[in-house]
Design a protein around this ligand. Structure first.
Ligand code: MN
Length: 311
């Protein structure tokens, strides 16, 4: 073989080797300069065909806006229901009120405040306790009898724009009580006003009069009491779900009780409240949620020996 032929063969071999090398070249996955060439590169053209993402571009395209949580309602109502042994009424009350308030777009929590001790019923103290329990959820409250159902959708349970205590079951509308100073049944207050009147008295055990004492607290605090206006349904505005024969009232009065329950109590209230939470349950009736708080109220036997019936 001549030298010339050997030289030609070597050149041809080198040529093909170069082509094979060129075609089989693949960039190393760690060769980031090959994948992110922010400046025009002088690398072989096959590399520039690979999809290129420059660091300035977002990694993913945002075709939709990020998920947003629904706006927090400005106000939430605590529906505080003083309770003991009224399950039939409650099974009607909770789903009914839940629907009623939802129709008005009123953000709410229903709190059934159950007196689970052995003392006589103390509605006022249950409401004071309910106030303490609903502090974190709600900025206004309504004290609501379990046996009183609002039938007229024009009765507003929205946050009172004038901040006033708002007596929804007014004497003109309540099926049973028509005296001017009546504030029982359904009474709405802001938390601030409830605190300002020092809540309700703690020394009324048995049925009644705690609402009349609250009326005096509201008046003495200089608060203006408001009532619904323009309601045309009269005494058909509420349904009073109460059979006195089935649910007799504890109207007994012992010792000093008669005297103490007929005057303004300037000593007891939120500041002197003592109670124990036995348990709190998240429950629902026909899909309507509510909280059941089982409480033991504290009786000051020195001051109110009538918190129990004498044996
Ligand atoms: Mn009743």
């Amino acid at each position: 073989m001549s030298l010339w032929r050997l030289l030609t063969l070597t050149i041809i071999l080198l040529y093909f080797s170069a082509i094979i090398l060129f075609l089989t070249y693949q960039p190393s996955p760690f060769d980031t300069t090959a994948l992110y060439p922010p400046t025009p590169c002088k690398c072989p053209q096959i590399l520039t065909l690979a999809p290129v993402t420059t660091p300035s571009e977002p990694a993913t395209t945002l075709s939709e806006s990020p998920p947003t949580s629904p706006p927090r309602p400005l106000h939430t109502l605590a529906v505080m229901v003083p309770f003991r042994d009224r399950w039939e009424e409650l099974t009607e009350f909770v789903p009914y009120m839940h629907k009623f308030l939802n129709r008005q777009n009123v953000s709410h929590e229903i709190w059934v405040i159950n007196q689970a001790d052995k003392h006589r019923f103390n509605r006022a103290m249950l409401m004071n306790s309910g106030f303490m329990l609903t502090e974190s959820c709600c900025d206004y409250l309504v004290m609501h009898d379990v046996d009183l159902l609002p039938l007229n959708d024009h009765l507003s349970y929205a946050y009172p724009t004038d901040y006033s205590p708002y007596h929804i079951s007014s004497p003109e509308l309540h099926p049973l009580y028509h005296y001017k100073k009546f504030v029982g049944g359904v009474l709405m207050m802001t938390r601030e006003h409830f605190k300002r009147v020092n809540g309700l008295t703690n020394i009324f055990w048995g049925w009644g009069r705690e609402d009349d004492e609250l009326y005096l607290r509201i008046k003495e605090a200089g608060l203006q009491l408001h009532r619904p206006a323009g309601i045309t349904t009269g005494n058909k505005t509420f349904r009073h779900n109460h059979d006195r024969k089935v649910r007799p009232r504890d109207m007994k009065s012992y010792g000093t009780q008669w005297r103490l329950s007929r005057r303004r109590d300037r000593e007891s209230g939120l500041h002197t409240l003592k109670f124990e939470v036995l348990s709190i349950h998240n429950m629902s009736i026909n899909g309507a949620p509510f909280k059941l708080a089982n409480l033991e109220l504290h009786c000051d036997y020195q001051k109110t020996p009538f918190c129990d019936h004498p044996s």
